[in-house]
Design a protein around this ligand. Structure first.
Ligand SMILES: [Cu+2]
Length: 363
């Protein structure tokens, strides 16, 4: 029994402390989720629902930061707090074994802040990329209307392409630029200033500069990019969902060897602010993009739920970017934190949307 109790502790530390009867269950923690938050595709929301989401986001932009005074001078609001935490942990939480779990909790904390701090009564909507992959600017998310998250940026002709990696022959791997490149020119986030960064991707190799917390107000940039958007279409999504190992699923989402993956191409489909590997949560589309990532993870898990959620096909990688061979493999015991946004959780705590304090579903 001691061994059984220990396993359960690893898998769902929070629930175990609340519900000792769990000791009679094994592996999958009992769900106490009765009324899940229903996360919907953004285009399916009514006008009223879209406006409610947008005003809740603006509400977080108007609430003061919770960082102790002087700790992160560039974090002026609760909205900025999410970006600051993400920036600080970027080289632990991407391209590795905690990427999916860390971002699941990150989106949950964001959704919870909208609800608890801004009176939002909906759930976190998601961006279903394939619906508009062939024509991103017609998406209700990015058409620039007053129910969108803002449209394209003003045209900036000072560059031609983005570097996305290095090819095996040593030459730069690039993608073409999009149709904007400047400040968002229409919609509810037209005049929003973002306060942290920008950061070069190469900082993943050298570490953040000590002044990463600096206040540097600049506009939200967009560069709607049809080339990258096409790489998030249904064919790519289906290919990701058809993978049979967690390693291959992770690779289809994000790996450099799959040309950014659907996750990376979603970031590059919107332009510079969402492309910023460190500061991307400053584009409000971030949380809808990662809602979709989380939705796909859950869809993939449900194809073989036990093995892919609590079994031997659930985890792969380390807690360090690029999974260097010297870093230890993650386990359900591996702990993560979200700085001032939340507490500490283990990977076992974040494996299911209906366990260990989570209660949401995707429609
Ligand atoms: Cu991230």
């Amino acid at each position: 029994m001691a061994q059984l109790t220990r396993s359960l502790t690893l898998l769902c530390s929070i629930v175990l402390t609340l519900n000792l009867s769990l000791a009679s269950a094994f592996v999958a923690p009992r769900s106490s989720c009765q009324s899940p938050r229903i996360r919907k595709e953004y285009g399916s929301l009514s006008t009223t629902e879209k406006k409610a989401y947008i005003s809740a986001v603006k509400c977080l932009q108007s609430k003061p930061s919770k960082f102790p005074a002087g700790m992160v001078p560039g974090s002026k609001s609760r909205y900025d707090d999410f970006a600051a935490v993400h920036i600080n942990q970027t080289t632990s939480i991407h391209l590795d074994g905690i990427f999916l779990g860390w971002h699941r909790e990150f989106v949950w904390l964001w959704e919870t802040a909208l609800i608890q701090e801004c009176g939002y009564t909906g759930a976190q909507p998601y961006w279903d990329w394939p619906k508009w992959a062939h024509n991103l600017s017609s998406s209700p998310l990015f058409d620039g209307s007053d129910t969108s998250l803002g449209g394209d940026g003003y045209y900036d002709g000072s560059f031609d392409y983005y570097v996305v990696g290095v090819k095996p022959d040593g030459s730069l791997d690039t993608v073409p630029r999009g149709t904007g490149g400047g400040c968002v020119k229409s919609g509810p986030f037209k005049d929003v200033m973002i306060n942290l960064g920008p950061f070069e991707f190469t900082l993943v190799f050298t570490g953040l500069p000590s002044n990463w917390t600096a206040y540097n107000p600049h506009c939200l940039l967009r560069d709607l990019n049809q080339f990258c958007s096409e790489r998030t279409n249904q064919t790519y999504v289906d290919a990701a969902l058809a993978t049979t190992t967690i390693a291959d699923f992770q690779d289809a989402l994000s790996s450099a060897t799959s040309r950014l993956g659907v996750h990376g191409n979603g970031h590059f489909a919107l332009g510079q602010s969402l492309q910023d590997f460190f500061a991307s949560p400053q584009d409000p589309a971030f949380f809808l993009h990662h809602g979709q990532i989380d939705r796909l993870w859950y869809q993939w898990q449900k194809k073989d739920f036990q093995a892919r959620t609590y079994g031997n096909n659930a985890l792969n990688g380390t807690s360090t970017i690029f999974d260097p061979p010297t870093a230890p493999e993650v386990t359900f015991d591996t702990t993560m934190n979200w700085g001032i946004l939340g507490g500490t959780k283990s990977l076992g705590d974040v494996m299911s949307p209906t366990a260990c304090g989570y209660c949401y579903q995707y429609q």
